[in-house]
Design a binder for this molecule. Structure first.
Ligand code: TPP
Ligand code: MG
Length: 546
């Protein structure tokens, strides 16, 4: 029987596990894995910093709903993935990290890049294993992929020492793999008696709201949710990986399920809250679920279902399966008066924002920039969002045009600056025909502008818009609120010409400092046929007031 290198086998197994691209930086310790992946039809996307590989892998998961994968070579390659790993843990993103490791003969004798990774990654990942027998590689990789994508999804890690990577294995002698569940088999439905109690509450409610979070996206509940809201006429609010799961232009869309003026004004009026697949926290304050109002909560994790919220009817199960049960059990209900009341709040919030959105001021008001971006969005636009205040403005205004089409720093409570380029690269790889726009701060772009080199090598024609307020604005503005005479420490940046950096790397650049020039500059950038960056100078005095 033909022998195969363990690295080749790893490529095949990742392919079977649904991996489409492997993001990373090559290193001797992982090179056989890269060869194996290419042989198996998993292109290797060679980035300029492993942190961006980790964010690209999670961006892949956020835009496709499927497992993302990346690699870092032994030692520093792996430790550069850690911020992404922690973000994937916070958000519950299914991402597999394949780490390199020194040869066993090199352990503990000061050899190159020898580092004991497992104690570090084990505290972050759902599952973290070193593989000491290449014949067991398929089993471990498959187990890791299953752990990443089932239950509450999350980060998983596997590593194999370089000496094993080269080992030849006879595939016929490998132990048989565990059974893989077919789609649907792992979708646990909730207890029917609890569903009946929830349906009775929903039928009777006059002013219910539905808060939808990432759990719905990972179970691909878009059709189920659309059917549910259309039957029950319940206004819905979305957050995290579920932004756009039903597009924002749906009639029943209430707004963001974040600490946002619409929800802040609507939730005190409601008489029932339905929560699907999400946990309150920094970006959704628990007080937005009003005390004394009954709560129906759907979550796959029984340990989470009552966290931070007094739950009246817990429905433990997969979001899609449970929402289908609820649709079946609930009656068709008209709620015209309530929907009008929610619309009135939406209209009032929008009207209050109008002067800022339409501002012709010089320097440019940040909201005017958001308005111009809003204006170019259609159903084929994917927005990626990074930065501080810039991200807060963008999250509030830039629409989620469809499932997997709104990838944001605000998708977790971890809040790592620098997610944007990884997300945008992954979104463009997954949807080459769509328009990928990254809105980011001038601080945040500094984490990864070199990835324009990656975009050019792989033909990823994204458009980045830098909201350039010449500062680490969110920190400066929040400290300034506390004291009138703040002496900024490390917070001031410059009028840096990021567009020239992109041009120097071979991309297309635009510099804008007048509101009336934004639209044309954006159009030229998107039509340039190159990875592009539009550097927009904004008025540093303004920060979001919510
Ligand atoms: C990795 C990381 N380092 C530091 C921070 C703290 N931080 C939050 S917002 C912010 C300012 C971001 O500046 P910029 O990207 O220019 O956006 P702006 O607020 O100016 O719009 C900083 C430094 C963070 N969230 N993540
Ligand atoms: Mg800034």
């Amino acid at each position: 029987m033909a022998q195969e290198k363990a690295g080749s086998l790893a490529g095949k197994i990742l392919k079977d596990a649904g991996v489409s691209y492997l993001f990373g930086i090559p290193g001797g310790h992982v090179y056989p894995l890269l060869e194996g992946c290419e042989e198996a039809g998993i292109p290797f996307i060679s980035v300029r910093n492993e942190m961006n590989a980790a964010f690209a892998a999670e961006g892949w998961a956020l835009t496709t709903g499927k497992l993302g994968a990346c690699t870092g070579t032994a030692g520093p390659g792996v430790t550069n993935l850690l911020t992404g790993m922690a973000n994937a843990k916070s958000g519950g993103f299914p991402v597999l990290y394949f780490g390199g490791r020194a040869r066993l003969s090199e352990f503990d004798v000061n050899q190159l890049q020898d580092f004991e990774t497992l104690p570090v990654v084990s505290s972050i990942c759902k599952y973290a294993k070193a593989i000491y027998d290449p014949a067991r590689l398929p089993e471990y990789v498959q187990r890791a992929a299953t752990m990443a994508t089932t239950g509450r999804p999350g980060p998983v890690y596997v590593e194999m020492a370089r000496n094993y990577m080269d080992e030849e294995i006879d595939p016929a002698t490998l132990p048989s793999l565990p059974t893989v569940l077919a789609d649907g088999e792992g979708r646990t439905a909730a207890d029917p008696a609890a569903v009946a109690r929830a349906a009775a509450l929903i039928d009777k409610a006059e002013r219910p709201i539905l808060l939808i979070g990432g759990g719905a996206w990972w179970s691909q509940a878009q059709d189920a949710l659309t059917a549910f809201v259309e039957k029950t006429n319940i206004p819905f609010f979305t957050r995290n990986a579920a932004r756009g799961i039903i597009p924002d232009d749906h009639d029943l869309y209430g707004g963001l399920a974040y600490n946002h003026p619409v929800l802040k004004n609507v939730s005190p009026l409601c008489d029932l809250v339905i929560i699907v697949g999400t946990r309150p926290g920094y970006t959704l304050h628990p007080s937005l679920i009003p005390a004394g109002v009954p709560v129906v909560r759907v979550d796959i994790d029984p340990a989470e279902i009552s966290s931070m919220v007094q739950v009246t009817v817990p429905l433990v199960g997969d979001a899609r399966a449970v929402v289908e049960q609820l649709t079946e059990a609930c009656s068709v209900t008209e709620r015209d008066a309530w929907l009008e009341a929610v619309d009135d709040v939406k209209t009032a919030v929008m009207q209050a924002a109008m002067p800022m959105l339409m501002s012709d001021a010089y320097p440019i008001h940040p909201m005017r920039l958001m308005f111009e971006l809003f204006a170019v969005a259609d159903e084929d636009t994917i927005f990626c969002i990074d930065g501080g205040d810039s991200a807060t403005w963008a999250s509030a205004i830039l629409p989620a045009t469809g499932p997997g089409q709104h990838l944001s720093l605000a998708s977790t409570c971890y809040g790592p600056l620098g997610v944007g380029m990884g997300y945008a690269m992954a979104a463009k790889l997954a949807h080459p025909e769509k328009n990928v726009i990254l809105l980011t701060g001038d601080g945040a772009i500094g984490y990864n502008i070199m990835e324009y080199d990656t975009c050019i090598r792989y033909g990823l024609n994204i458009t980045t818009v830098v909201l350039n307020d010449k500062q680490w604005g969110m920190i400066l503005r929040s400290e300034a609120k506390k004291s009138a005479d703040i002496d900024p420490i490390g917070l001031i940046l410059r009028e840096t010409h990021y567009e020239e950096v992109v041009e120097a790397l071979g991309g297309y650049g635009e510099f804008v400092d007048k509101a009336e020039d934004i639209a044309d500059a954006l159009e030229r950038a998107m039509e340039s046929g190159k990875p592009a960056l539009v550097n927009v100078m904004t008025d540093p005095q303004y920060g979001p007031e919510f």
